[in-house]
Design a protein around this ligand. Structure first.
Ligand code: GAF
Length: 394
């Protein structure tokens, strides 16, 4: 639960100033994995786990950031922002300040309190939620206002240029631009998107394998390098192919033998995943949940076997879900190598599905998973200062 009233009183007792509070959600990706940096398609939804950022100005030239999750405070000079990361939670808020400074803004002194309930290292974009919430908060003091897609790009630069993670645009984009009740079919080439309504009788059941996921880890980076290697081979024959978004399965038939076996498999995942993601959005739009489930199953196979970004536990979680009543489709979501599966489940079965899946997974692996029943929520926003109501009614 992330309660603005609680964060407000924590902020006031620590900093003796009434803050303004902003919220940015985590996300779950329904389909379209490792396609964003290939300028392809993704279909995420914002979820009702979020980070809250409470901010108030200071007059002593300092930036003081406090994380309720870590129970830790750090102090910086507004006039001497850190130039690079220190492998600490404060890299995310300070990366935002640094990128905004690079945009020519003079960063004022402020106190910032952060508190979130997006599960950490679970592939649900807790870091994007921190970045986007912080960005809205700091922008309010500068003051400057960016359209959602621009804000998302700035926050992606925090990952790429400050933190040093080579990630794409998906997580920050959906956190900044999510729409309640909808997934977004996002074209990562031009950031245009279509809304894909999630039917009211469909629940997002997110099952945490409890295997820690990290985008900063070597596997994410090596997969991206293999995707780029495959693209470079195709581009020697078809120079108009700048990203795998532009490539086809026929290109792999013709020139796959010039690639390393791994690059060929990674490329096959990305090229087919782009097709599946567009098809999945169409299926959702015409309420064809059987086809959507089939595409999710195919996507998991491809992610596990061609992209080799799954793990034993995630494969197990997906397999165990298959014959539980109510399942529409299941697959590993997010950057891979651990984290969560997304299960689309008929709403009336969601509770029993979650209980059954957790029991089966514990019995099979000896690991107690967390299973969350989520809803597609809205994107980042200002939270009314006077609100004392919990935003995460769960
Ligand atoms: C992580 C990254 F941050 C995203 O940009 C995306 O590449 C995703 O992994 C895989 O689809 O969440």
């Amino acid at each position: 639960m992330h309660d603005p009233a609680v964060l407000r009183s924590l902020h006031v007792s620590r900093f003796h100033e009434a803050p303004e509070i902003f919220l940015a959600p985590g996300r779950v990706n329904l389909i379209g994995e490792h396609t964003d940096y290939a300028e392809g398609f993704v279909m995420p939804a914002a979820i009702d786990f979020a980070t809250l950022a409470a901010i108030s100005p200071r007059s002593d030239g300092k930036i003081v950031v406090y994380s309720e999750n870590y129970g830790d405070e750090r102090v910086f000079e507004a006039a001497a922002l850190p130039a690079g990361p220190s492998r600490h939670w404060s890299d995310y808020p300070m990366g935002v300040a640094s990128i905004l400074a690079g945009e020519g803004h003079s960063i004022p002194a402020f106190s910032l309190s952060l508190w979130g309930d997006v599960p950490l290292s679970a592939g649900l974009s807790s870091s994007a939620a921190v970045e986007v919430a912080t960005a809205l908060a700091v922008c309010s003091l500068i003051p400057v206002s960016y359209p959602g897609p621009v804000l998302a790009r700035l926050c992606q630069r925090v990952e790429n240029e400050f933190v040093g993670a080579n990630s794409g645009i998906m997580d920050q984009f959906i956190s900044a631009n999510g729409v309640a009740g909808h997934a977004l079919l996002l074209d990562c080439r031009d950031l245009s998107y279509k809304l894909a309504p999630i039917p009211e009788n469909v629940a997002l059941v997110i099952a945490n394998t409890m295997v820690k996921h990290s985008v900063a880890g070597g596997e994410y980076t090596s997969r991206r390098a293999q995707v780029e290697e495959a693209c470079a081979v195709i581009a020697t024959h078809r120079p108009e192919v700048r990203f795998l978004r532009d490539a086809t399965v026929d290109d792999l038939t013709l020139w796959g033998h010039e690639m390393s076996p791994n690059a060929l498999k990674r490329a096959r995942h990305v090229i087919t995943e782009n097709l599946r993601t567009v098809a999945a959005a169409e299926a959702l739009l015409r309420h064809d949940l059987v086809e959507l489930g089939r595409l999710m199953a195919e996507a998991h196979e491809s992610y596990s076997h061609d992209f080799e970004a799954s793990c034993v536990e995630a494969d197990e979680m997906v397999a165990l879900a298959q014959d539980i009543p109510g399942l529409i489709g299941a697959r590993l979501t997010g950057g891979g190598f651990g984290g969560c599966t997304i299960n689309l489940v008929e709403q009336e079965h969601a509770q029993a599905f979650a209980v059954a899946l957790a029991a089966r997974y514990s019995a099979q692996t000896g690991i107690h998973p967390r299973v969350y029943i989520c809803h597609a929520s809205g994107g980042a926003h200002f939270v009314e200062s006077s609100s004392s109501e919990s935003l995460a009614a769960r």
